[in-house]
Each structure stands twice: as C-alpha cells, then as structure tokens.
Design a protein around this ligand. Sequence first.
Ligand code: HEM
Length: 257
Amino acid sequence: MTGNGSTSTESKDDPASHVTIRVWDLPTRLLHWALAGLFAAAMVLAALTSEHSPAFRWHMLAGLMMVAVVALRVVWGLFGSKHARFGSFLCGPGALLRYLGDSLKGRDARQAGHNPGAAYGAIAMLVLPLAIVATGLMVQGRKEIFEELHKALAYGMVAVVAGHLLGLGLHAFRHRDRTIGSMVTGLKRGMGKEGISSFHPIPALVALLLLGGWGAALATSFDARTGSLVLPGTQVKLQLGEGAERGDVHPSEDDDD
Ligand code: HEM
C-alpha cells in the first residue's frame, strides 16, 4: 500500500509505522537515469577512443544531450513535485555540517527526499555536467587550459558519483528504507505524510519528447562526413572530434588556405 496522507500515529519517525510511499516522480527518475547513462557513456567513450577517432563525436553528442537533461531537471526543480523541488532540499552549509556530524555519530535523521549530504551531491551532479560541457566546447578553440580543466571537472564528477553511491549504501544500511531501489521504483518506506500523490506521468512524457526532439535536432544538424554540427537554433558551428575532412570546418584554417 502507498500512502500520502498524514495520520495521528505518524507524528513520530517510528519505523514500525512506516508504509510504502511514493517519493521520486517519473520525471525525476527519467532525468536521473538519462544523466547517469549519458555521463557513463561519455566517460567510456573518452576512455576508449581518441579525439582523432570518428567515434569521439558520440562523446561530444552525449555531452550536448546532458545539457538538455540538466535544463529539464532545473525546470522540474522549480515546478515539480515535493521531493524534486529545489526549495524542498536546498540548505545552508550549517545544515550540511550538522548532518555530517550526526551521521558520524550514527544519529542522522532519516529523510524521505534528499538529506543535506545528498542535496549538495545532487546540485554538484547537476552543475558539474554543465561546466564539463562548457570547457569541452572551449577545447574547440584549441586552448589547452580548457582541456585540462575539462578532464579535471570530469574526474571531479566521477568522485562525486562515487561519494553519491557510497552515501546511498550507508543510508540504505542505516535506515533500511529501500533507498537504493527508490530511483527505479519511485517508492520508499516512510511516513505516509511524506509521500507524493502522483508520479506525474504526463510531465515525464513531455520531458521524454523534448529530449527526443533535442536528440533528433542534434542528429539532423550533424554532418557525418566532416564531423561538424551546427548547434540547433543557433549559427554556432562545432567540430565534434577530429573530422575526416577537418580542414573544411574550421573557418580560420580555411582562411589560411
Ligand atoms: C553516473 C551515475 C550517477 C549519476 C550521475 C547520478 C546522479 C544523481 C543525481 C543528480 C541525483 C539527484 C536527483 C535529483 O534530484 O534529480 C541522484 C539521486 C539519486 N540517485 Fe543517482 N546517480 C548515478 C548513479 C546512481 C545509481 C547507480 C543509483 C542506484 C543504485 C542511484 C540512485 C539514486 C538515488 C536513490 C537518488 C536519490 C537519493 C539521494 O541521493 O538523495 N544513482 N543521482
């Protein structure tokens, strides 16, 4: 049974009174797994291919898709359901330090949505992909400093993801509220009043269509022959990896010829 209404017996956080509640709506889960999948794909492609390989363009396309995922998550963070909204989990550094101190003493309070540690991790995992893509695009300008920064930010994201998974494991061990599977099922154990009333399938469908549309726009504006792409809705031309006819797509190089 899922619950989302409060009862008088639920005023204390007593595990005996916990029921199965809806926590993560469908848009949050869709965007979570899209981000996780795209980031993992971009990292694997970067590790397995060189920037001179035609396959490297998929690394950059994964990055451009991540930007759309983060943009949609920001919109959902403003208008989405209770636990997805930034307003429900953003907190100051004092709350984070208190939470970390309590965790070390094994006294951290269970929370249905993001606890302060997870909240900072979530924000980092939404901001870092934007910085990674921005510096990745600047590598186009051949500035080596951006390449180094791009790599450092990507490894920083790997470290945050590792912390995220460790935190999930510790939380699951301590609170046994089915957290680990909750980003798949949307469900956790908790007090009925903590649950959300709907998984919001329509906004999830809209998000899926928008992501599909962005993916299709990227695919149609991509020139497989040269490996170049005109960013949809703009005049900005990008070289995705080292194209077969690389000299054709760099205006500065063309000018020199
Ligand atoms: C590349 C891998 C991953 C990335 C980039 C990632 C990213 C994120 C982000 C950004 C959030 C915040 C969600 C939001 O509010 O929209 C989050 C939360 C969450 N993720 Fe992941 N995640 C990854 C892997 C995983 C895996 C493998 C699992 C499950 C085993 C998982 C389970 C969860 C859960 C349960 C939450 C909500 C709990 C919390 O941390 O507050 N994640 N993740």
